[in-house]
Unconditional design. Structure first.
Length: 477
């Protein structure tokens, strides 16, 4: 029996209308790719750019790592919830509309970051940034799916690879950019930089992305609203937020919060399976499409490791080794180049299983290496550790994204891509809890070594899970 997600039937669509004129078969050209790349970079660059500013922000407001970690968790919580919601809206109302609306929110969050006067206000700014940046990736995936469905050539490996490279390069470049901005203009520059980035993205989107096709809505406005399944969205939010908040502080687990999430999950399942005509979270599809679910789990686990390094390693470099934010960013910069090269290589091959196996092996090796670093470790070795972490950062991301594209149902690419990013941020939020557990109020070498053991064990579990997943051999081109 064939598992769902192996063969995806692509819908036949009418000729594209861009700029008010009929167009022939569209191509996924350089302008289109450039426009979707810019917006898709904003979420990952904001997720990592803050890492080298955490210590200066904490000093400014008199707060320790256990408090400033909410600048990380706030964006992750917002992104985890908003990504699939934005994807759902993009699938039904138009991907370009959602894409541009998100860029406007990102620009506003940059202005708000300049005006914030407390750590709590900065956390609220990060939440707004998370919501705004969450629109780009699922909308971009939906636009790529639509465009490739009407263009010859099958799976758009080049566009998917470019999207992955943009995300990885910006995430890896984030610590260096954050360190540079903090060193030159203070930590507020890490927030203000979103203003020009959003303006550039908006200009490119309006100029180079095709206008959305008119969407037929049975039943008028009420029918269109019903198709979004707002009750399902609210129940999804009510499920995910308590569970992720529970994950943020495993040192002092809030069991009533976990119970609330469990009750909301039961209500969500009942609504989507028995009541909703157009379920936001298609549980029957997910139950049948086991390869897609495994991709979500694998992606979330790999990013738990990646973000533990981005935040735990950088804090250790600043607090134990005494490096400035700028120097720490430079130490992490080579990871950017390695991740970009690896993701580009993986995208050109358009395969899944091989890149994932190599990336996971590198993850185990790099995690184990953290256990042997200390106050006397040479700078060259510290840089080399980051370089090795660039391999799984690149290969695992592009391999899992290729699997997602092959396994996601046609017509629901935006929602599926949003859930893909939700899995990433569940892993990211879990990483903040791991950091809090091993460090406490201050980064220490002993805490870094404990984290190394945890990350090495997780990578070792991912190896057989990847090796024996037969669906990965059929994914890709």
């Amino acid at each position: 029996m064939r598992e769902a997600g192996e063969d995806v039937e692509k819908p036949v669509r009418p000729p594209e209308r861009a700029g008010g004129t009929e167009a022939g078969p569209p191509e996924i050209g350089g302008r289109f790719v450039a426009a979707v790349m810019v917006g898709s970079m904003l979420n990952p660059v904001n997720s990592s750019m803050i890492s080298t500013a955490l210590v200066p922000v904490g000093r400014h407001f008199g707060a320790g790592p256990s408090a400033t970690v909410w600048l990380v968790a706030g964006l992750y919580l917002a992104s985890a919830v908003a990504q699939p919601v934005m994807g759902r809206v993009a699938d039904h109302l138009g991907a370009r509309r959602v894409y541009t609306a998100g860029l406007v929110l990102v620009g506003l969050s940059g202005v708000a970051g300049l005006l914030a006067r407390s750590l709590g206000q900065l956390v609220a700014v990060r939440v707004l940034t998370g919501v705004g940046t969450s629109a780009a990736y699922p909308a971009a995936m939906a636009m790529i799916r639509e465009r490739s469905a009407r263009a010859p050539g099958g799976q758009p490996a080049g566009a998917l690879g470019a999207l992955t490279i943009a995300a990885l390069a910006s995430a890896a470049l984030g610590p260096a950019l954050g360190g540079l901005l903090t060193g030159l203009a203070g930590w507020r520059a890490v927030f203000a930089v979103n203003i020009p980035l959003a303006l550039v993205g908006l200009a490119l989107a309006l100029a180079w992305l095709p206008r959305d096709e008119p969407r037929p809505r049975a039943g008028g406005i009420r029918g269109g609203w019903s198709a979004l399944d707002p009750a399902g969205v609210l129940l999804f939010v009510g499920t995910l937020l308590p569970l992720m908040l529970f994950l943020t502080d495993l040192a002092r687990p809030d069991w009533p919060l976990l119970a609330v999430g469990g009750l909301a999950a039961g209500a969500l399942a009942a609504w989507e399976l028995r009541v909703a005509r157009h379920p936001f979270l298609d549980l029957r599809m997910l139950a049948a499409n086991r390869p897609l679910v495994r991709t979500y789990v694998r992606y979330g686990a790999s990013f738990l490791v990646v973000y533990c390094v981005l935040y735990g390693y950088t804090q250790w470099l600043e607090e134990v080794r005494g490096y400035s934010a700028t120097v720490t960013g430079v130490v992490m910069l080579p990871m950017c180049a390695v991740a970009a090269v690896c993701s580009w290589t993986g995208a050109r091959r358009a395969t899944v299983r091989g890149p994932l196996l190599v990336g996971t092996l590198a993850m185990v090796a790099a995690s184990a290496a953290l256990a042997f670093t200390g106050p006397g470790t040479p700078m060259a070795v510290l840089v080399l550790v980051g370089v090795v972490f660039g391999v799984p950062n690149g290969l695992n991301a592009v391999g899992n994204q290729t699997a997602l594209y092959a396994q996601a149902p046609a017509g629901r690419t935006g929602t599926a891509a949003g859930l893909f990013r939700t899995a990433q941020y569940v892993g990211a939020v879990a990483s903040t809890s791991v950091i809090g557990l091993v460090y406490g109020d201050r980064a220490t070498t002993g805490g870094l070594h404990t984290a190394a053991v945890v990350l090495t064990a997780l990578g070792a579990l991912l190896l057989p899970a990847t090796l024996f997943d037969r669906a990965l051999r059929r994914a890709g081109r």
